[in-house]
Design a protein around this ligand. Structure first.
Ligand code: ZN
Length: 125
């Protein structure tokens, strides 16, 4: 059941009860019914905001799944002390990969050394 439509139905029911209550001269009953109606209106707003949040989180989650590296991924080669992965010519920091499973692309310093901008490790061949 969709939570918003469920709440809307509850609000409609409360409204009908309020109409019926016109014939009932019980102040407490009317007060409780008014409280119930306002409570339901608040819940509906809250549910709508939660629905938006869920949609935003789903989107973020899908993006993270796309960009996250699969857990069974392994470096396929080494070049100048850096890791390489299949289908990718970028040279990655082995320390970042070994410790955090994080692909940090390295930058070239000179012919002998490269540098990892994430962990600041100098990588030499
Ligand atoms: Zn690193």
């Amino acid at each position: 059941m969709d939570i918003i439509s469920g709440i809307s139905t509850s609000i409609t029911l409360a409204r009908r009860l309020r109409e019926i209550s016109k014939n009932i001269e019980d102040a407490e009953f009317k007060n409780l019914l008014a409280d119930l109606s306002s409570e339901l209106a608040d819940v509906k707003l809250e549910a709508a905001s939660l629905k938006d949040q869920i949609a935003a989180l789903k989107e973020e989650n899908a993006l993270l799944k796309q960009t996250a590296s699969p857990s069974d991924e392994k470096p396929t080669g080494r070049k100048w002390g850096c890791y390489q992965f299949e289908g990718d010519t970028t040279l990655y920091c082995p320390a970042c990969w070994d410790s955090k499973r994080r692909k940090s692309s390295t930058t070239r310093i000179n012919t002998k050394f490269r540098h990892c901008p994430v962990c600041n490790a100098p990588i030499g061949s």
